[in-house]
Design a protein around this ligand. Structure first.
Ligand SMILES: [Cu+2]
Length: 191
């Protein structure tokens, strides 16, 4: 049975097959369509109750697209409470590549580096840079912790009125999405 694995448990071959499938979707335009879809639904899919179910369906569709390229591939997951350092293996050149360069944040190592020619950014929500950027530890000094996760998981109910980012202060969804005293959790991982 295919199951989703913690990225730390992937073999070298599993990592390279995952990367190859992602690059194949990028090359045939499918990946950019997912980026466009995510941008088109930015309002409805975030800052409200649909946040988790929308992304669960989105990721499943993306996983099925990967599997149409390579049936052995599943979406790995990143436990950022553990693999939380700039030197964690997830950033190796054989997998995600490393931090961006200081001048402009351009990722220059790994399969998604602009210099490979395989990862031009064709769909961007802000100013168009054209290349993947990362700036570890600049907008925030650390990733969320395991106790942040445990505390969020203890929150009930799922969401509370008015079901938004700014005023829903007591529900699980807004706590986990990270607007509550933010950026926290999901939002903090983004920055
Ligand atoms: Cu999203």
């Amino acid at each position: 049975m295919l199951c989703r694995k913690n990225q730390t448990t992937l073999t070298g071959q599993e990592k390279s097959r995952f990367v190859a499938a992602v690059l194949a979707l990028k090359a045939n335009g499918t990946y950019d369509q997912y980026v466009q879809d995510h941008m088109n639904f930015m309002q409805a899919a975030h800052r409200g109750p649909a946040f988790f179910p929308w992304h669960r369906e989105f990721l499943r569709r993306f996983e099925l697209a990967l599997q149409a390229i390579d049936a052995s591939v599943t979406l790995p997951y990143w436990d950022w409470t553990v693999a939380n350092s700039p030197t964690s293996a997830i950033w190796d050149p054989s997998f995600m590549g490393g931090n961006g360069r200081p001048s402009d944040g351009q990722v220059t190592t790994g399969p998604f580096a602009f210099s490979t020619g395989n990862w031009p950014l064709n769909v961007e929500s802000g100013p168009a840079f054209g290349f993947l950027r990362r700036r570890f530890g600049v907008s925030s000094s650390a990733l969320p912790t395991a106790s942040d996760v445990t505390a969020a998981l203890a929150v009930t109910p799922y969401d509370v009125t008015p079901f938004d980012a700014g005023f829903s202060t007591a529900g699980f969804r807004n706590r986990a999405e990270g607007w509550f005293s933010g950026p926290q959790l999901h939002n903090l991982v983004h920055v």
